[in-house]
Design a protein around this ligand. Sequence first.
Ligand SMILES: Nc1ncnc2c1ncn2[C@@H]1O[C@H](COP(=O)(O)OP(=O)(O)OP(=O)(O)O)[C@@H](O)[C@H]1O
Ligand SMILES: [Mg+2]
Length: 318
Amino acid sequence: MIKYDVVAIGELNVDLILNGIERTPEIGKEVFAKDMLLTLGSSTAIFAANIACLGSKTGFVGMIGKDTFGKLIESSLKKRGVDTSMLIYSDTYSSGATICLNYNEDRANITYLGAMAFMTFDNIDKTVFTQTRHIHLSSIFLQSGIKRDLLAILQFARENNVTTSLDPQWDPKEEWDMDYKTTLPYVDIFLPNETELKHITQSDTLEEAMSKIQPHINLCVIKCGRRGSILLQKQKEPIILDAFINNEVVDAIGAGDSFNAGFIHSFVRGRSHKESQITGNLTGAINTTTAGGTGAFTSKEKIKDIARKKFNQELKIE
Ligand SMILES: Nc1ncnc2c1ncn2[C@@H]1O[C@H](COP(=O)(O)OP(=O)(O)OP(=O)(O)O)[C@@H](O)[C@H]1O
Ligand SMILES: [Mg+2]
């Protein structure tokens, strides 16, 4: 029985955010921060929370520890309407955590990957594949277990008539070890940003990167920040869609995940690629109107209101 529109398979962690730090910390000394926030982190969680808010029935498969942070992650996802019954609690590893040191515009992050690095295809209850219409995979370079089993997961999804999307996200090791020629034929929608795509294909220009992946893709949407997005298919001209202009950007944290949420919400409802691309650009732009990745996504009405008031657009999410 189909229970979910979308199941996200991805990384989970908490963010411990320190603001107003008086000086750069030095070994052997101590500095004060003026403000602290402990909150749900991880880009796949932003995606899941926001697509649930748009109205998709959403489940999450991710690995966390049997600890306080794990409980915080689970309750935060639940509060945002994401089904957490498929979360996997590790006996061995702690939940992942990122400490974010904010210095005005700049920040330094330290991440402990913990349980998220160790989830594998074996850990995933296979009934998931008969309960959802779509699976979204993200942040493969943070999850070595999922990265190793990526092809098996994609192939299993296809055998079960489940469509898939993949957002590779940044590789902190900057090795960009992804066999795109083998993987992409099994991905229905590939969702990198332009820099990630150039790294994965070892290209100097975006044009070169697009021509390298084009023979292997089904559908690829390349996110280009304030310049919008490019939709690419096999043997077709790329479709470039300008961003919705926001002259008062608060920050662009999570814009890519919000783009993914809008695009996939529209795609699973059977809308055209063009409509899905417009919806993605709009939800990406809406993301930039408040701080963080989920601030603008509190209710359907609120999201539609921002679309109307800030961008003069009707957001089609029904
Ligand atoms: N400043 C902006 N103004 C309007 N729209 C924006 C802006 N920044 C991003 N967007 C929209 O959001 C989409 C995704 O943003 P971006 O290209 O930054 O993704 P990303 O690099 O994957 O982000 P993330 O850091 O969340 O992973 C863009 O394609 C665009 O449509
Ligand atoms: Mg991204």
